[in-house]
Design a binder for this molecule. Sequence first.
Ligand SMILES: [Zn+2]
Length: 370
Amino acid sequence: MPDEVVCVPSQAPVLPAWAEDETLYSWCCRWHRLTMNRTRTSGSALFGVPSAAKVWIAPNPFGQFCAATRGALGHPLEILRGRTIVGSYLPLAKPEDRRRVESGEVPPSFLVSAKSGIALSLRYCPKCARRHESALGIALWRVGHQLPGTALCVEHGQPLIEHVGKRQLWSVPGTEDHREIDIRTKAEFEVMRAVAVAAQYIADSHALDVDVLRRQAQLVVCEGYGVVDVKRLDPHVVDADWRQSTLASWCRRFQPQQVAFPELWLTDILRFRRSERNPMKWAYLLAYFQERSWSSIEGFLAHARNAADRQLSLWSQMESIPLVVLDAFAKAKNSRQAGKIIGVNGSTIRDWVRTHPELVAVSRHWDWSR
Ligand SMILES: [Zn+2]
């Protein structure tokens, strides 16, 4: 790259600290503004690649970035998990892939580019942007808004604005061609909020076992249709019902090009035609279960987490009762309900109450006749 005058680390201008929950790309945009570099020069300085600005979804915090910032922004893995959308893909990745990405052996985009059917855009909330502008003088890209599937700001209940241009620049919110994500009815707001909440849960998880998630999804759907196992489901009925949901109609209207939800996608996940590691599909699936009133997002994930933990004989070594158990006890009206939320049967719940006096207090409101 003979035409590049690279701003080497010792000449780099001040390294700003992270602002709130901004993404790595957001930080780079702010840094780029301070340097008054050309786009390609900043790319070379931070990532060793002139075209780095185009990898806005998952810039690589390992290697050159780590050296250029002299570790001032934290460990690359921490940056990757907390400041890029790779945080959504890591929990669902195969353990071996997760290890390779977490160690910097392969670039983060490895996990993202292995997926298809999702158009990922840069998104911001105009209300958040106004707040940032008055407090910091510049709008930020917030991590939560970029999570795959997220279309509204949970904090403001506000549809996000997405950049639609494909210019490969270090662009701050509102400086490119953009459009507001079209959410019209109260029902649409509710389902898109559910998707955003589910996406956040997934990103906040350390590791999710796709097999456990699938088994849990089978239970939920089979119970929804009143059949004993997944073989008894009629895939066409399941698909037709999905197509009639608020979530599916929103997708059809707003993202007609969307290919992430082909015909029978739901039964394909349940029957495990292929391993499903796409965080957007899981976020939509969970939001759909909530729309059908089959399972709450929290209940679904609490169950999955619990199923994954069960072999560790959770209780015997623990000093205190896990929060998820206490929550379930408080929400439930009887042992069966508590078991359903946590993912164990009613008799296990009753055993727990017998052996843990603390649980007697939190189950006092239960109807023990059921
Ligand atoms: Zn907002």
